[in-house]
Design a protein around this ligand. Structure first.
Ligand code: PR8
Length: 471
């Protein structure tokens, strides 16, 4: 799979009924029923986390050109990626309307109307919408699309700089919890100034590593400072009657989360879904013969009910096809647990369970302990998926003090960490010399260590930074 990750990924999306990319607009695909279910459970998981401290809203998709153009740096960052609506029927519109590439310029003019006093703060809204970006880089299903169909964007406003910083840290914790639930490993870094979100003071990014060693940015949190507040005139009256600009943050995730999950856990047989988002968590496969058929089926129904009563999503695969074909489908679809039941098992009062990752048979007694035993298997399965993925990531982050070694390390499938002085010009020079992207600052050094920058041996290194081949 590692040798040909791209092909594997494209095939699995189609074979497992996740997306269909044959839609006749480049970069836009259809969520197929199985993919839609995975998407649904993934969203539920995220919403549960966000709803603790954020409120969901829904803004229109079209943004007037005057609003989009207001924030100079922001518009410059997006100008080549915006789709425009210029006509209503046959008539040219008085003002062209942008299909949102992201919603700062839709939301913040309204924040300016809504926020009046310090008691209106903080404001923490999020929405789950589709956004449009006319990407010029090679498009890939879920990974780089032109219609991001599941954009989860949060936008906050605060009275103080400190609160905005704390909000960034809170979103980092929230995203960690979200990715941990999905067993997706990540590297968190402070993006270099030339790669931060247009209009942000700084950007904190989550990157995962794909099986081919390239990294994928799977989530970003931006501290916007007062840039947008000044542009959109978002002010409040503080306790002393003074008018002040708010401080803002925004954070976003996309369809890439599902791409990362598929890529991190999948194997040559198909998907291996974390239980939280698996549409079916346990598949029961009856092994049917003429004799004892009814008894086996009725026991399967009983097991299904029993497992559902502890909250599991269970299906009986009673299709009239060979069991071998059912096993094949179960492996492809990545359901965490399969249990088999035939007439002889029924006689012996046992069932044969199998985890999708280990593919080893486990005999479980058909008694009151069954639900607990299955829950236990699922817990271990999730834990092992996560451990395996994290191990892969950790094994593929390699430190070097030699600039000339970077290329070889990256080309053999790694992300490289190195000592860096943190200077912009030096960083760009490293990117130019190596041909790869600096992801950002991963760790701060104490500055007293005498460690030198990888590129400029005279300069003290202040940070450990990451560099990689990126999607
Ligand atoms: C913001 N504003 O927009 P961001 N295809 C798939 N996923 C993508 C694509 C694409 N073409 N482009 C970006 N992403 C801020 C925060 C509101 C929310 C994913 O930030 O431009 C990336 O994983 O960094 C990215 O981290 C995330 O969307 C947010 O996009």
């Amino acid at each position: 799979m590692v040798e040909n990750f791209s092909e594997w990924f494209h095939n699995i999306l189609e074979e497992a009924n996740i997306t269909d990319s044959r839609y006749p607009v480049k970069g836009m695909a259809i969520w197929m029923p199985y993919g839609f279910q995975i998407r649904k459970y993934t969203l539920e998981l995220l919403k549960e986390l966000l709803d603790k401290d954020n409120e969901e809203v829904l803004f229109p998709m079209l943004i007037p050109e005057t609003e989009l153009a207001k924030e100079g740096e922001h518009v410059k960052g997006f100008e080549d990626e915006v789709y425009w609506v210029t006509k209503g029927g046959q008539k040219d519109l008085n003002e062209q309307l942008a299909l949102r590439p992201t919603s700062e310029t839709a939301i913040y003019p309204m924040y300016s109307l809504w926020i009046r006093s310090h008691i209106d703060l903080p404001i923490k809204y999020y929405q789950i919408v589709n956004t449009f970006r006319y990407e010029t880089k090679h498009t890939r299903p879920l990974i780089r699309v032109r219609e991001i169909s599941t954009f989860k964007e949060a936008h906050t406003a605060h009275a103080t700089k400190q609160e905005a910083k704390e909000q960034v840290d809170e979103y980092i914790e929230l995203y960690k919890e979200f990715f941990n639930n999905l067993g997706i490993p990540y590297l968190i870094s402070d993006r270099p100034s030339w790669d931060k979100f247009p209009g942000a003071d700084y950007t904190m990014a989550f990157d995962t590593i794909m099986p081919d060693g390239k990294t994928l940015q799977i989530g970003t949190i931006h501290n916007l400072g007062q840039t947008f507040a000044k542009t959109f005139d978002i002010t409040f009256e503080d306790k002393d009657g003074e008018h002040k600009y708010v401080y803002q943050t925004c954070a976003g995730l996309s369809d890439r989360v599902i791409a990362a999950m598929i890529a991190n856990h999948g194997d040559e047989k198909g998907l291996r879904l974390p239980s939280m988002v698996a549409p079916t968590q346990v598949t029961i496969i009856p092994i049917l013969f003429k004799k004892g058929r009814e008894e086996v089926l009725s026991k399967c129904m009983e097991i299904k009910k029993n497992l559902e009563s502890v909250g599991l999503r269970v299906k009986i695969d009673d299709r009239d096809i060979r069991p071998g074909k059912k096993f094949y489908d179960w492996e492809l679809k990545g359901t965490p647990i399969k249990i088999e039941l035939g007439p002889r098992d029924l006689e012996n009062n046992i069932t044969i369970a199998m985890r999708r990752d280990k593919l080893e048979k486990v005999e479980l007694p058909l008694d009151d302990s069954l639900a607990d035993n299955i829950l236990d298997l699922i817990e271990k399965y999730d834990e092992d998926l996560k451990t395996t993925s994290w191990k892969f990531l950790e094994d593929h982050v390699i430190f070097t003090t030699n600039l000339d070694e970077i290329q070889e390390l990256i080309e053999s499938g790694n992300v490289v960490s190195f000592n860096w002085c943190g200077d912009d010009e030096c960083g760009k020079e490293i990117e130019e010399k190596t041909g790869y992207d600096i992801l950002g600052i991963y760790e701060e050094l104490d500055g007293e260590s005498g460690i030198k920058c990888i590129n400029n041996n005279q300069e003290e290194a202040k940070y450990i930074a990451l560099i990689a081949k990126t999607y």
